[in-house]
Ligand binder design. Structure first.
Ligand code: F6R
Length: 260
């Protein structure tokens, strides 16, 4: 895993945006995997700016989102359909028929999850998957104890995640218990993973994911097995890392051809 520590979330998000912009310019039909939550918001702002000011073209891009709450209508303000529409999709020229978000209202959830996997496969696979990390170490909504080989399926949120996400709902009781999420195996199939984490509250999860053992109890730790995973974090999220000095040195001394 490559660990890039930047002074703040702005710098990290800018760097992540540069990687995505470079891909979309080189491969206009890129397949991008999106996450929701706080962590990618600045990155999405950069992508919107690049679209508006520099004509970055998303018309041939295909999007797959990581997850969605079960039982929430896409129009519900806390649904991930709403989040993506408001924070990115309606501000860029992505085509609606190229946007894929798990269907939280599916009557046959296992069939709908299979179809989602099939669609990812038919698209040629995800080029870059953007990820955040939960305070309990989840990626997507793969909570601790998730199978490291899991595919898109229904999961039950931990009490910790429901608490963390309560602000977007009218209190914790309103946070759904169930979600549909890409599995850890699905995420591992993506050609590149970009994990964004900012702030002190992510320090423990990042330390466990990056420097701890690979374990289903810290689902993000599976990224240690990914051939091209980049962990983009700010100083606060890096504060639990024992080898932060080394990661900084590696990044500052990259050969020119390897720079982003
Ligand atoms: C969201 C997702 C989650 C979040 C994680 C961090 O689509 O898959 O794994 O990335 O819960 O959320 P924030 O960024 O709000 O701290």
């Amino acid at each position: 895993m490559e660990i890039i520590i930047q002074p703040d979330s702005f710098e990290s998000s800018y760097l992540a945006a540069r990687i995505i912009v470079r891909l979309v310019r080189a491969k206009p039909q890129a397949v991008l995997g999106f996450a929701t939550g706080q962590s990618p918001l600045q990155l999405y702002q950069f992508l919107i700016k690049m679209h508006k000011n520099e004509g970055l073209d998303f018309s041939q891009v295909t999007a797959f989102n990581l997850d969605e709450y079960v039982g929430l209508d896409p129009s519900h303000p806390a649904s991930y359909h709403s989040y993506m529409r408001d924070n990115l999709f309606r501000q860029i020229n992505i085509r609606k028929d190229r946007v894929n978000i798990p269907d939280g209202l599916a009557s046959d959830i296992p069939a709908s999850c299979h179809t989602y996997e099939d669609r990812i496969h038919a698209s040629g696979g995800i080029d870059i998957q953007i990820l955040g990390i939960g305070t309990d170490g989840h990626i997507g909504f793969n909570e601790p104890s998730s199978s490291l080989a899991s595919r898109t399926r229904i999961k039950t949120l931990t009490a910790q995640t429901r608490r963390d996400n309560a602000a977007l709902f009218s209190g914790e009781a309103a946070v759904p218990h169930h979600v549909i999420t890409m599995g850890l195996g699905t995420i591992m199939d993506c050609r590149m993973c970009l994990l964004l984490a900012f702030g002190k509250k992510k320090a423990l999860a990042i330390a466990q994911a990056v420097e701890g053992p690979v374990t289903a109890m810290v689902p993000a730790s599976i990224l240690q097995m990914h051939p091209h995973a980049i962990c983009m974090i700010d100083e606060e999220a890096a504060s639990g890392l024992q080898r932060a000095f080394y990661y900084r040195w590696v990044y500052d001394n990259k050969p020119d051809w390897q720079k982003y």
